[in-house]
Ligand binder design. Structure first.
Ligand SMILES: C[S@@+](CC[C@H](N)C(=O)[O-])C[C@H]1O[C@@H](n2cnc3c(N)ncnc32)[C@H](O)[C@@H]1O
Length: 310
């Protein structure tokens, strides 16, 4: 097993992972925008879709939505805490009969024959976490799809500003008084992060030109028994489009969910999110803006793609 998979397994199997991941839209405004974008794409592309494979399905944000729409969903993930949380949510939503839960790695989809599922989805970067196998994983996801594929991977242009903004989540905290540990950590460490910040062009160059850093720190941390963040490959828009097209996907369309929202000051975003009418109109506009080809590289940190098979 390579370091990427070993590190991913340790990180994603942290016992509280499912619980923490399932709370993101309650506390971070950029996550609200991104989830809304993907939901809109899914719900407007369900014609003729009966079976779905959700690769790296997490705690079921999208698998449960599709199960509620009557699809038969295979919910596939490397993490038992994520699968447990998804099972709990699916039970509460009364859709267990529409979901099959499978523990597995995207790097091995040999259990599935060609064109097994009408729709294959994989959202919020599971593919990027399979580095250095990200390209063959996309090929395998295309292979098992019959009609349509929708993905979101880590975006190189969208993520690089975070190298000069170490506390990037701060600008999206919905409520400073919420008890979420990540929010409190962001707020408490802001001054320290600014104080210790030093712009590192060498680091930026490595990620910009290779889509990944040297990973030495993560590997050393892992070997010392730590739980480093997963090795994450960052895609460029034309690169992702080219890979999908090489595997035969047609009509590839990309988007950068979060491109519009990241330009807006926190105080204004909070006002919008606090008023249901403005919020709905804003999310509708974000969806339109973030699909414009001139901004799609600058989404929150994900690059979205959809295409037709054959
Ligand atoms: C950020 S979460 C996204 C979850 C879900 N797709 C969503 O959008 O809510 C990434 C998920 O990918 C899973 N994952 C990471 N590496 C994986 C791998 N190699 N194979 C399968 N799942 C993986 C993690 O366990 C986690 O649940």
């Amino acid at each position: 097993m390579n370091y990427s998979t070993k590190i991913a397994e340790r990180q994603w199997n942290l016992p509280d992972k499912g619980e923490r991941e399932s709370k993101r839209e309650e506390v971070f405004m950029d996550d609200i925008v991104q989830k809304n974008h993907i939901e809109k794409e899914l719900l407007s592309n369900l014609d003729g879709i009966e079976t779905v494979f959700d690769g790296g399905a997490g705690c079921g944000r999208f698998s449960i939505l599709l199960a509620k729409k009557g699809c038969k969903v295979t919910h596939f993930d490397i993490s038992q805490p994520m699968l447990d949380k998804a099972y709990e949510f699916a039970k509460a939503a009364n859709v267990l009969s529409n979901i099959t839960f499978i523990k597995g790695e995207l790097e091995d989809l040999t259990a599935y024959t060609d064109h097994s599922f009408d729709l294959v989805i994989s959202f919020d970067a599971p593919i990027s976490y399979t580095y250095p196998n990200q390209e063959s994983v996309i090929g395998e996801l295309v292979r098992i799809a019959r009609k349509r594929i929708m993905l979101s991977v880590s975006s190189r242009l969208g993520s690089l500003p975070y190298l000069a903004n170490p506390m990037n989540k701060n600008q999206f905290v919905l409520d400073d008084n919420c008890s979420d540990p990540w929010v409190q950590w962001c707020l408490e460490n802001w001054d320290n992060a600014v104080e210790n910040f030093h712009f590192n062009k060498t680091l930026c160059d490595a990620w910009f030109y290779q889509g990944i850093g040297d990973c030495a720190n993560e590997i050393a941390d892992y070997e010392a028994g730590g739980t480093p963040w997963v090795l994450t490959y960052l895609f460029l828009p034309d690169e992702l489009q080219g890979i999908l097209e090489r595997f035969g996907v047609k009509n590839v369309r990309l988007a950068g969910p979060g491109a519009y929202a990241r330009t807006i000051p926190k105080a204004i975003l909070r006002k919008i999110m606090g008023d249901p009418g403005q919020k709905e109109a804003f999310l509708e506009f974000c969806y339109e803006y973030d699909r414009n080809p001139y901004v799609l590289g600058m989404g929150k940190d994900n690059l979205f793609a959809k295409g037709e098979i054959g």
